[in-house]
Design a protein around this ligand. Structure first.
Ligand code: MTE
Ligand code: MO
Length: 308
């Protein structure tokens, strides 16, 4: 995989301290030529900063890559880091089917050709009441859906993760009903905050975070961010989603971050920022994870206690 945006090898990892320095350098430099003079890898610069970023301080690369949920590799937070490096992510294709004008198998290299990659620092809120701040690199899901040509009648997008038990040890056990599945309403999918991420911290997506392509929907609980996507289907009816299938009482289709609607077994009113000092206070969770201004309108007139 060469020269495609943020698809750098994970072995090229840049320590985050260097990344912060690099951000300063990039701010001072003008484009790839200047970056070349500074001896920086040009591929890492093939994205631009986005106005959508939050002002929060990002978590460390080490937090982001060692405390993960990716049940295909096991249920322990350390399992993805332990086992996901064995996953082959090149070549990779995404099947786009259903109600689209141009269905088919889209090679990731083709998807990334001409796709404007942006760095977006987003808050990430897990349903387990912890949070992180992550500098994703990605592109709007809407851009890809527009390429495929959404047909009238499509009202939802259904997503599926790769099934490859040879490389995904968790899939050799019936932990979940594989493949991992997720879904969005079409207006949520087309919203400019919704991205398909191909990297973070200026480098290719670490396998444990969902390489090579994962969804990021910053106003929803983390489990909506399906990893290692191989299929996207444009459909008429609300699709079944993994956690709703497992336990519909605890996990709804919408899964919007909402401090007023508790999980049946714990409160969603506050959150613990991973990496923060043990003595630092939990912080209040914000409606729609702090993105209410942008997305509250999508849910006007809905009872969010019933459609959670
Ligand atoms: N395919 C797949 N995607 C997944 C999961 C999973 O188990 N399998 N876990 C989800 C959950 S519960 C969370 S909190 C986030 C975690 O993303 P991160 O490890 O990059 O922080 O991924 C989500 N996407
Ligand atoms: Mo989660």
């Amino acid at each position: 995989m060469n020269g495609q945006g943020a698809r750098l090898r994970y072995s090229d990892v840049t320590p985050e301290r260097l990344w912060f320095d690099r951000r300063r350098l990039i701010a001072a430099a003008t484009g790839a030529a200047a970056a070349g003079l500074l001896g920086l890898p040009a591929r890492a610069l093939e994205y631009r900063k986005s106005g959508y970023s939050t002002g929060d301080e990002p978590n460390s690369l080490s937090d982001i890559t060692s405390y993960n949920n990716f049940y295909e590799f096991g249920t322990d937070k350390g399992d993805p880091k332990r086992y996901a490096h064995r996953l082959t992510t090149d070549p990779w294709s995404v099947e786009i089917d259903g109600l689209v004008a141009r269905p088919g198998s889209y090679p990731l290299d083709d998807i990334l050709k001409g796709m404007p990659l942006e760095e977006r620092i987003y808050r990430f809120r897990c349903v387990e009441a912890w949070s992180m701040v992550i500098p994703w690199i990605g592109f709007p899901l809407a851009s890809l859906l527009e390429r495929a040509g959404v047909e009238p009648g499509a009202r939802y997008v259904a997503f599926e993760t790769l099934v490859r038990p040879e490389e995904m040890p968790g899939q050799r056990q019936p932990i979940l009903d594989w493949p991992y599945r997720e879904g969005l309403r079409l207006d949520e999918a087309m919203h400019p905050l919704t991205i398909l991420a191909t990297g973070l911290y200026g480098q290719e997506m670490p396998n444990q975070n969902g390489a090579p392509l994962r969804l990021v929907v910053p106003w929803k609980y983390g489990f909506k961010s399906i990893k290692s996507i191989v299929r996207m289907s444009l459909v008429e009816k609300q699709p079944p989603t993994t956690w709703e299938m497992e336990n519909p009482r605890e996990y709804g289709f919408y899964s919007n971050v909402n401090p007023q609607v508790d999980h049946p077994r714990w409160s969603q009113a506050t959150e613990r920022r991973i990496g923060a000092s043990l003595f630092s206070a939990r912080q209040p969770t914000l409606m729609f994870n702090g993105y209410a201004e942008e997305v509250a309108g999508l849910y006007a007139g809905m009872d969010l206690k019933k459609q959670f």
